[in-house]
Design a protein around this ligand. Structure first.
Ligand code: 3EB
Length: 346
């Protein structure tokens, strides 16, 4: 299972496990193109839209369960769902998460190693005055708890704003692949954040290490300027960006990975499929410049101007260290039309 983005052109749907469109409006998840597709309202200008495609050489089975679309290649499961906007989302998040979690169990893919959550009005408040993100965290935590997940089973995740469309989420889960949950010793585990950040701590791991053939990939969660559990450098974009890079660098370091029995250490230059979420449009040039220096020119970085889960966070960065074995990946950003899946490497 590999990942790419696509460009307009001829297209073979047989290879596509799932796709995420970052577009100018949201859409219910669907199988209209023959594969599950999540459309997130994440850009204002249609020219900025792009699509990420997960693809595979293995035969795929696809379906829908209560609005949750999914595709399974026997090794990896992709699922996507959307929850309508509402004043109070916790119960709907709980229910829809449980549908997705039950699907992973039914299809025997219980190791969920990566999730993405795109939450409209993430810093707004619900009918009780609770921040929407905190309400979301409540529903998510209940679902994982009811499903019987321990903290060690939590996926790597991203939880950021969306420009519309309620809450869209997608996940990747594995059947047989050996995987390890990674924390960052510079940061308190998110699932142990104190109460002052909300009634339920965020349910995610800092990263997951997933065996792939004789190699492994590391799926790195959305990472921000959080040290311990505190936001550092309020109002200072360059400093938040550098602190975020320091968090990523430490997460991947030999020292941090060795705490989880993993080696070798990795470097920022090893990250691919990078997405950078920036709260303020005006900060984009600064963030672009810092990221261009920190990451490999081969990384193909996508920038999205969306809100972030804490009102004092200005930037959040995610990426993947691809397995040396299965890292045949290229991402070509382009219009989110019909597409040609591009793949480089082996
Ligand atoms: C943080 O370190 C930043 O709620 O799924 C990063 C990644 C963050 C995932 C989530 C939140 C989430 O707490 C915020």
């Amino acid at each position: 299972m590999t990942w790419s983005s696509f460009q307009t052109g001829p297209f073979s749907s047989s290879a596509v496990l799932g796709a995420v469109v970052y577009g100018p409006r949201s859409r219910n998840p669907h199988l209209d193109r023959g594969f599950p597709e999540l459309t997130v309202h994440a850009v204002t200008d249609p020219a900025d839209a792009f699509t990420e495609v997960w693809h595979t050489d293995r035969p795929i089975e696809r379906g829908t369960l209560d609005g949750v679309v999914h595709a399974d290649d026997g090794e990896t499961l992709f699922c996507a769902a959307r929850i309508d906007s509402s004043d109070d989302c916790a119960e709907a998040v709980r229910a829809t998460y449980l549908t997705a979690l039950c699907l992973t169990r039914r299809l025997d893919h219980q190791r969920i190693f990566r999730m993405w959550n795109f939450v409209e009005n993430i810093n707004g408040t619900n009918s009780e005055g609770l921040e929407v993100y905190r309400d979301f965290c409540r529903g998510r935590a209940r679902a994982f708890h009811e499903f019987g997940f321990t903290d060690q089973q939590l996926p790597a995740a991203t939880g950021v704003g969306a420009l519309g469309g309620g809450i869209g989420f997608c996940l990747l889960a594995g059947r047989s692949a050996h995987s390890v949950t990674i924390e960052n010793s510079r940061q308190v585990p998110a699932y142990r954040y104190p109460q002052r950040y909300g009634p339920s701590s965020p349910s995610f791991a800092r990263a997951t290490h997933v065996a792939a053939g004789s190699g492994a990939s590391i799926y790195v969660s959305g990472t921000a300027s959080v040290v311990g559990h505190e936001t550092l450098h309020r109002g200072q974009i360059a400093e938040q960006c550098r602190e975020t890079l320091a968090n990523l660098e430490h997460l991947l370091s030999a020292d941090n990975l060795a705490r989880h029995g993993l080696r070798p250490g990795r470097r920022l230059e090893d990250l691919r499929n990078i997405k950078v979420y920036v709260r303020h449009q005006r900060d984009l040039p600064t963030v672009r410049e810092i990221c261009a220096k920190a990451f490999s020119p081969a990384a193909d970085i996508a920038f999205l101007n969306v809100d972030l889960c804490r009102s004092d966070l200005l930037v959040e960065i995610e990426g993947i260290v691809l397995s040396e074995v299965t890292g045949q990946i290229t991402r070509v950003r382009g219009r989110h039309g019909v597409a040609r899946v591009t793949s480089g490497g082996s």
